[in-house]
Design a protein around this ligand. Structure first.
Ligand code: FAD
Ligand code: SF4
Ligand code: SF4
Length: 470
């Protein structure tokens, strides 16, 4: 029987005061009872609007039907036909703007909790099914993947299942890309990412870490090693800065560096070999998911006061609503319609407020108001003259976006990029301007989402298979 409740089953979470002091996962996941109740809200619509709003077209009504029947393993098998990272996407996909945005139950109430059900099914599978995957029959073709983020993992997984011998070359010492170095443990536990990586290894994928393509080896040398195709999934890890005075002071981080030190190198532990500043008062500049992650991480590292400084209003804030709400509940203060103009500290020639050392002592901001819409359609923030003020902080984290790293392009002849540094590819195949070199994910689009990167990896895997099986 259909559950006609207008509201979805809430996600159980850790209490805000408790979770703001630990790195454990905030959202605890549905119980079996909640999953059955939520699945009963799905109308199994014949025209399936939710499916076309999922970038990898998961057969949503079909998997939810299996959840309703209590056959969770069958539900998992349906999801895994389209997605190789369901436990990840069920947690971090911006579902509210994708699959759930088109759910008919959302017209007169809340949409079905599709992402929450996907997470439940993926977690149920990993807790209950230990059967090793069947090794595919090898086809003797070798493919190299550069980067082990979601695009590289998805491409590797699909090719390995088709019998290709796949090697991933990863610059860092751990595989997973942003899933391990960017998104914090309290949103995406690293054991879940490791589970996905172990599943790939079980399919025969060879992961070689500490290999920086463009420095350690080049794409030409990869071809000389006998690989017949290369997929570039190197992401967009190059941070942008604001270009304001004071950005070289101690206590100014790019969000990428701050999160990497905390997530990947566990700098918060006493025994960690990499330092991180345990700041007392932190300003995070930016309004995306990365800014929310940095702010919430700063709180967990012991900051007494954390601000989000964003130049537009709450309505334009690009981060997921759920992450914004979580940050607010945990005590992050939002300084909206404010723009930084100067970071203050001893080394800043304009200001010697703190003559003791070269650390940040404040962030000067100017208040903004919204003017006419700009090219993006959003109302343009305009400075209010004479409204400058100083936020008393000892750390500034810049989270205003990233670009693709130019290293691979500079070390690879004939690889064309656009003016933002994104590798130019054919949309249907991911083929670049170099023969048998494919690319996808953030390296092509600039900073985007896990599911889009995964979709690009899958598209390239299909195209590589077509090209090599001719
Ligand atoms: P990445 O995940 O960046 O992986 C690229 C990999 O390539 C890295 O491991 C890198 O070390 C490696 N690499 C780079 N250069 C080389 C080289 N020369 N040689 C070898 N290896 C190399 N998306 C969401 O959908 N939901 C979210 O909630 C969300 N939150 C985010 C929070 C943060 C803090 C960040 C930074 C991003 C977030 N994103 C989120 C975006 C999402 O994580 C990315 O869009 C996605 O990871 C891109 O995948 P990718 O495979 O293209 O690249
Ligand atoms: Fe929705 Fe993302 Fe799952 Fe697709 S992968 S069904 S968009 S949560
Ligand atoms: Fe179910 Fe909503 Fe999809 Fe309809 S649109 S099939 S109710 S999830």
């Amino acid at each position: 029987m259909v559950n006609m409740s207008q509201t979805r089953n809430p996600m159980p979470t850790q209490q805000p005061q408790v979770r703001a002091k630990n790195f454990d996962e905030v959202a605890l996941g549905y119980t079996e009872e909640m999953a059955l109740d939520e699945a009963a809200r799905c109308l199994n619509c014949k025209n399936m609007p939710c499916v076309s709003a999922c970038p990898v077209n998961i057969h949503i009504p079909e998997f939810i039907e299996r959840v309703k029947a209590g056959d969770f393993e069958a539900a998992y098998q349906i999801i895994s036909k389209s997605s190789s990272l369901p436990a990840v996407c069920g947690r971090v996909c911006p579902q509210e703007t994708q699959c759930e945005s088109r759910c008919v139950r959302g017209i007169k109430g809340e949409s079905v909790g599709i992402g929450r059900l996907e997470r439940f099914v993926a977690d149920w599978h990993s807790a209950n099914c230990t059967e090793a995957p069947k090794l595919p029959k090898q086809n003797n073709h070798k493919v190299a993947i550069i980067g082990s983020g979601p695009s590289g993992l998805a491409c590797a997984g699909d090719l390995a299942k088709l019998g290709y011998k796949v090697t991933i070359f990863e610059a860092l010492h751990l595989a997973g890309g942003v899933l391990v170095y960017g998104i914090p443990e309290f949103r995406l536990p690293k054991k879940i990412v490791q589970r996905e990586i172990d599943a790939l290894k079980a399919l025969g994928v060879d992961i070689r870490t500490n290999v920086v393509v463009g420095k350690t080896i080049t794409i030409d040398e990869i071809f000389e090693m006998g690989y017949e195709a290369v997929f570039v999934g190197s992401g967009a890890g190059l941070p942008r800065f604001m270009g304001i005075p004071g950005e070289s002071l101690k206590g100014v981080y790019s969000a990428n560096e701050f999160l990497t030190r905390s997530n990947l190198m566990k700098a918060y532990r006493e025994a960690s070999s990499t330092p991180i500043m345990k700041a007392k008062r932190v300003a995070v500049v930016g309004g995306g998911n990365v800014a929310m992650d940095a702010a919430r991480t700063a709180l967990r590292l012991g900051a007494e006061k954390v601000y989000i400084v964003y130049r537009r209003s709450l309505e334009e804030l690009p981060a997921r609503r759920e992450e914004v709400e979580h940050a607010m509940e945990e005590g992050v203060e939002f300084k909206l319609l404010n723009n930084p103009v100067k970071i203050i500290g001893y080394n800043n020639p304009d200001n010697k407020r703190d003559p003791m050392n070269g650390f940040v002592t404040g962030l000067e901001c100017i208040r903004m108001e919204l003017g006419e819409p700009d090219a993006s359609g959003r109302r343009k923030p305009v400075e209010i003259e004479g409204s400058e003020f100083v936020l008393d902080v000892d750390c500034v984290i810049v989270a205003i976006g990233t670009s693709p790293n130019p290293l691979i392009k500079s070390a690879t002849k004939g690889l064309e990029v656009n003016k933002r540094g994104g590798i130019i590819v054919e949309e249907e195949t991911g083929l670049t301007s170099r023969d048998m070199v494919y690319a996808g994910g953030d390296a092509v689009t600039g900073a985007a989402t896990v599911i889009l990167a995964m979709g690009a990896g899958k598209t390239a895997a299909r195209a590589i298979d077509e090209a090599l099986s001719k």
